[in-house]
Design a protein around this ligand. Structure first.
Ligand SMILES: [Zn+2]
Ligand SMILES: [Zn+2]
Length: 269
């Protein structure tokens, strides 16, 4: 079974390094919709000083436009919030998980290590907002089982369904993962914040703009793991360029290519 994907930008960010999107995916599944990352939610806009700390607002300067929220975009095309049955998160940073409170009936999927960053820590780490998780949330927490997908570990999100998988890609955070989807256009691997600029994966680390390299270093959890996973993604890109589309959360050109129906793997010719 292959799944139809829609590409959404669920928060424009305007850091000094250049404009960014929050590239989320809306997946049509047999019994409803699956949202891959949420971007910022409606409450992040209406209660911004409570939910988004000043450091985040100053560093990434979010546009805070209600029309960019996943809820607004989903309702605009005629769906209801209840139609979103599952939300799968690459990680729980503010700009990825803020929208989960807009979908109270959805099941929320994440890796256990990432979940612990919110619930098992006395002090919340930078980049996370405890306020985004202060309501009752219908969690489905996953452990890494070690089965393989193109050489990477994989976790089935839905039992017995091999078309949507968590792919652990640690480094940016300790529980960060990618999400692989068997779409109608072939496999898509949403790499979240495992990289920030397509050149990192599709050309080489040296080709990544200096400011982006500095930014990804500033916000990483573990440098060695992040670089190792970027290396693995580069190899996957070279080996499977025509079979697997690689996208990340914040690269505007990749997002624009997807939205025009082009393959983001070929945006550099
Ligand atoms: Zn992040
Ligand atoms: Zn991010």
């Amino acid at each position: 079974m292959s799944l139809k994907i829609h590409h959404l930008n669920c928060a424009s960010l305007c850091p000094i390094t250049g404009d960014m999107v929050c590239h989320c995916l809306l997946v049509e599944y047999t019994d409803g919709l699956i949202l891959i990352d949420t971007g910022l939610g409606t409450k992040d806009i209406t209660e911004k000083s409570k939910r988004l700390d000043l450091g985040f607002r100053l560093l990434v300067r979010p546009k805070l436009d209600i029309e960019e929220t996943a809820l607004y975009q989903i309702q605009k095309v005629g769906y209801k919030r209840e139609d979103v049955k599952h939300i799968v998160l690459t990680h729980l940073h503010v700009d990825h998980a803020g929208g989960i409170t807009d979908f109270p009936s959805a099941m929320i999927h994440a890796l256990r290590l990432e979940y612990r960053n919110i619930y098992n820590k006395n002090k919340i780490l930078p980049g996370y907002s405890k306020e985004q998780f202060n309501k009752e949330i219908n969690w489905k927490i996953h452990d890494v089982m070690g089965e393989k997908w193109n050489g990477f570990n994989k976790v089935n999100i839905l039992e017995g369904i091999d078309d949507i998988l968590l792919i652990p890609l640690r480094g940016h955070t300790n529980g960060h993962c990618g999400i692989a989807i068997n779409s109608t256009d072939g496999w898509v691997l949403h790499c979240g914040d495992a990289y920030f600029h397509s050149a990192t994966i599709k050309k080489g680390l040296k080709e990544t703009p200096f400011s982006i390299n500095l930014f990804q270093k500033l916000v990483e959890y573990n440098s060695e793991t992040r670089l190792r996973n970027q290396h693995r993604l580069r190899k996957l890109f070279l080996d499977k360029k025509s079979e697997i589309k690689l996208i990340c959360s914040h690269d505007t050109s990749e997002y624009n290519a997807c939205n025009c129906g082009k393959n983001p793997n070929f945006i550099y010719g």
